[in-house]
Design a protein around this ligand. Structure first.
Ligand SMILES: Nc1ncnc2c1ncn2[C@@H]1O[C@H](COP(=O)(O)OP(=O)(O)OP(=O)(O)O)[C@@H](O)[C@H]1O
Ligand SMILES: [Mg+2]
Length: 374
């Protein structure tokens, strides 16, 4: 549905529902660009969201209500994101056809590509481009998204239960891409065949995406994420999850060249060793998982492709020395922290809130930017 905007500004609200936190971002379009005018984050009760899915809608609604109470966000129409095993993204090649024709055809074609029943899914697609095969067949590339109807229903319930209206549901990784680099081809330095991978690490889920010229072409999720590292420490040291969380953040991984530790004052030196080792073990599994995903992407495509850059986002990516471990383990040319504020200016009233959640805010911002378009 087209939306009306009055005056020179329009606003979008992005709501990011996660395992540990719900976050909201409000973005306003002004003559001089996008301005982040509202931001907030509140805790989600343990177990209300698991594996990226809402398990307890009422608890999530209550957290969202609290979010509206504590943040300066105003408005009731929100865009949210989904990222779990029941939302599937596939890049498929089909014989060329017009958009209207594809709309019908996709209903019949989709089942070949998704592991869920089409009747139980909501389908969406985007035409990415077309090309000629060596034997002169006209083909098209289509990005197919399938989301389980019931899973989307749970999201709608949680949002409506908080007295809000859900105006758009996005794939979370598409929102992350939008916040980091926009939807415009011009902003990207990549040339044909060069791709950027985005690895977003939060609490229960890691999102791995590959983008070429601003267009997401691959998305996979993994359950190896921030809480995996914490749990590993808790198991080995036999401490509580909260204690392990504190150790993870303070100790992290050692310097990859010197083996030196960060701020470990007051931490038993024996603990430091054990923390290093237990995180290292999990991070090595994590690296293997990312590598498998990226290799899969590269072997899927017919053209020669390379991933020249990896951008890390998400609160979990702040793990000390994590970027260096990934760079070495993945033999990537460049692994850097992505900038969630790349496309927005931040209003002064929320500078502190955004700063305190610097790597975690990216999804909500991308969802808000997406909301401006619909
Ligand atoms: N400085 C830090 N170093 C290491 N890990 C950190 C740091 N700060 C936060 N984290 C980790 O980030 C994770 C929380 O991330 P986030 O708040 O993005 O999760 P979420 O969005 O609620 O969950 P999800 O999207 O996975 O459902 C936790 O595992 C936490 O330990
Ligand atoms: Mg998250």
């Amino acid at each position: 549905m087209g939306s009306l905007s009055f005056g020179s500004s329009q606003t979008g609200i992005g709501l990011d529902i996660g395992t540990e936190h719900v976050r909201v971002a409000q973005v306003k379009q002004t003559g001089s660009g996008f301005v982040l005018t509202g931001y907030g984050r509140v805790d989600v009760p343990m177990g209300a969201v698991a594996d990226g899915e809402i398990v307890d809608s009422a608890a999530v609604s209550a957290a969202i209500k609290e979010l509206w109470r504590v943040s300066n966000v105003r408005g009731k129409e929100v865009s949210t994101g989904v990222s779990n095993q029941r939302v599937i993204v596939r890049l498929i090649d089909l014989p060329f056809m017009e958009r209207g024709e594809l709309q019908n055809a996709i209903q019949y074609q989709a089942q070949d590509y998704i592991p869920m029943a089409v009747e139980e899914s909501i389908l969406d697609f985007q035409i990415i481009g077309d090309y000629m095969t060596p034997s002169d067949e006209h083909m098209m590339e289509v990005l197919l998204v399938a989301a389980h109807r019931e899973m989307i229903g749970n999201t709608v319930s949680a949002v409506e239960g908080a007295g809000l209206k859900l105006s758009r549901v996005d794939v979370s990784s598409f929102a992350i891409v939008r916040a980091l680099m926009g939807d415009s081809l011009e902003v990207l330095p990549e040339s044909e065949g060069e791709a950027t991978a985005i690895v977003h690490v939060s609490s229960g889920i890691t999102n791995i995406a590959v983008v070429e010229r601003g267009i997401p072409r691959f998305n996979r999720i993994s359950s190896l994420a921030g809480s995996t590292f914490t749990q590993a420490i808790a198991n080995v040291l036999n401490v509580t999850f909260d204690e392990a969380e504190d150790l993870k953040i303070r100790v992290g991984l050692p310097d990859i060249d010197t083996g030196a530790s960060g701020d470990v004052s007051g931490v038993d030196p024996e603990y430091v060793q054990v923390v290093h080792q237990s995180i290292e073990r999990e991070v090595n599994k994590f690296i293997a998982e990312v590598r498998r995903s990226l290799d899969y992407y590269l072997t899927q495509t017919s053209q020669v492709r390379t991933i020249t850059k990896i951008l890390l986002t998400g609160s979990g990516a702040q793990l000390r020395n994590f970027d260096h471990y990934l760079e070495k383990g993945l033999q990537a040319q460049q692994v850097t922290l992505g900038d969630p504020l790349a496309r927005v200016q931040v209003a002064s009233s929320i500078q502190q809130a955004v700063h305190d959640d610097r790597m975690g805010c990216v999804t909500a911002i991308g969802l808000a930017l997406g909301g401006l378009q619909s």
